[in-house]
Design a protein around this ligand. Structure first.
Ligand code: UDP
Length: 316
C-alpha cells in the first residue's frame, strides 16, 4: 500500500514506519520536526518536512494515513490547553478534510489510555466511561469522537489504538524526547549519569507498594498492532482497541527492573504525587486479541527495559 505516516520522525511513528517499510509498503513520512528527529525516518521511506495542516500534496495517491503527529505532554496540556486543542483536534480536522478532498478514506489513529481518565475498574475495556482528566486526553478523545462521526457521515474507515505505557526500543529507533517526562527513560538517565536520582511521584497510592501501577507495552508489539489495524479498516466503521500487555507494574518494580538490567544502584527519591495520575492503569487487550489476532510477544518488563537500555547504550 501507499501510506502517509504523520509524525513518523517521532518515537512510535518511526517504529511503525520502519515496520511498514519492512513489510513492503511504500511509505511517506510527514513530520514538521517540532519534536521528531529527521534521522529517525527509516531508510526506504520518503520524507516530507511539513505540518499536518499542509498535508494536501503529500496525500496524492495514498491508500491510507497512519496519524501520529500530536502534542503529547500531559503537564504541558494543562498549562497550554489552547495549543493542544489546536494541534491535536484542529490540525487533525484539517487533515481529515484534506483526506476527503483527495479521496483517501482510511486512517489509523494514535489514541491513548488518557481518554479514560480515572478508571472505575481494572483492566479497562473499550466500552468503559471516557472521562479524561487533562486536556491531552480530552483532545485525543475529541478526535476519536470525530472519527466515529466521519465514519457514519462520510464513510471513513478508521481504527483508533489506545496506547497504555509504551516503552522499549526497536533496533536503532528509541525514545528521545527533548523534555522527558516518562518513567523508564528518566530512570535510565540515572544509570547513564545524566541524572543523579529518579523521583518517585507518590508512595501513598492504594496499591501493593503505594506507588502507581501502569501497563507497559513494548514499542515493537505496539507497532505490529498498527499493521494489523491497517488490514482491518472497514469503510464506514470506526473501531477502537486498547493496547497494553495486560499486566501492571508499580513505579518501584520498574525501578528494580532497571537496576537489574543496568547494574546501577539508581538512587530513588520519594516526591509528591504528580497531579492527575490515576493509581492504576491496566488495559484489557482482549478485544484486539479476539478481533485482530494481536498478542503482546515481548510482555516481560525485563525485555522492555533491556531493549530501551541497549538502544540508549549504543547511542551514548
Ligand atoms: N513517574 C515517577 N517518576 C518519574 C516519571 C514518572 O514516579 O520521573 C511515575 C508517574 O507518576 C506514573 C508512572 O511513573 O505513575 C508512569 O508515568 P509516565 O509519565 O511514564 O506515564 P503515564 O502513565 O503518565 O502516561
Amino acid at each position: 500500500m501507499r501510506l502517509l505516516v504523520t509524525g513518523g520522525a517521532g518515537y512510535v511513528g518511526s517504529v511503525v514506519a520502519a515496520q511498514l517499510v519492512e513489510a513492503g509498503h511504500e511509505v511517506t513520512v510527514l513530520d514538521d520536526l517540532s519534536t521528531g528527529h529527521e534521522d529517525a525516518v527509516p531508510e526506504g521511506a520518503r520524507f516530507v518536512k511539513a505540518n499536518i495542516t499542509e498535508a494536501s500534496d503529500a496525500l496524492d495517491g495514498m491508500d491510507a494515513v497512519l496519524h501520529f503527529a500530536a502534542k503529547s505532554l500531559v503537564g504541558e496540556s494543562v498549562a497550554e490547553p489552547g495549543l493542544y486543542w489546536a494541534s491535536n483536534l484542529g490540525a487533525t480536522l484539517a487533515l481529515l478534510d484534506a483526506m476527503r478532498d483527495k479521496g483517501v478514506g482510511r486512517i489509523v489513529f494514535s489514541s491513548t489510555a488518557a481518554t479514560y481518565g480515572e478508571p472505575e475498574r481494572s483492566p479497562i475495556e473499550e466500552g468503559d466511561p471516557t472521562r479524561p482528566t487533562n486536556p491531552y486526553g480530552a483532545t485525543k478523545l475529541a478526535v476519536d469522537t470525530t472519527l466515529s462521526a466521519f465514519a457514519r457521515m462520510r464513510g471513513l474507515g478508521a481504527v483508533s489504538l489506545r496506547y497504555f505505557n509504551v516503552a522499549g526500543a526497536y533496533g536503532r529507533y528509541r525514545e528521545r524526547h527533548t523534555v522527558e517526562t516518562h518513567l523508564i527513560p528518566n530512570v535510565l538517565k540515572v544509570a547513564t549519569g545524566e541524572r543523579e536520582s529518579v523521583s518517585v511521584f507518590g508512595t501513598d497510592y492504594p496499591t501493593q507498594d503505594g506507588t502507581c501501577v501502569r501497563d507497559y507495552i513494548h514499542v515493537a508489539d505496539l507497532a505490529r498492532a498498527h499493521l494489523l489495524a491497517l488490514e482491518a479498516i472497514t469503510p464506514g466503521e470506526h473501531k477502537i482497541y486498547n493496547l497494553g500487555s495486560g499486566t501492571g507494574f508499580s513505579v518501584q518494580e520498574v525501578i528494580s527492573v532497571c537496576r537489574e538490567v543496568t547494574g546501577h544502584e539508581i538512587p530513588a527519591v520519594v516526591g509528591e504525587r504528580r497531579p492527575g495520575d490515576p493509581a492504576v492503569l491496566v488495559a484489557s487487550s482482549a478485544k484486539i486479541q479476539r478481533e485482530l489476532g494481536w498478542k503482546a510477544e515481548r510482555a516481560s518488563l525485563h525485555e522492555i527495559v533491556s531493549d530501551a537500555w541497549g538502544a540508549l547504550s549504543r547511542n551514548a
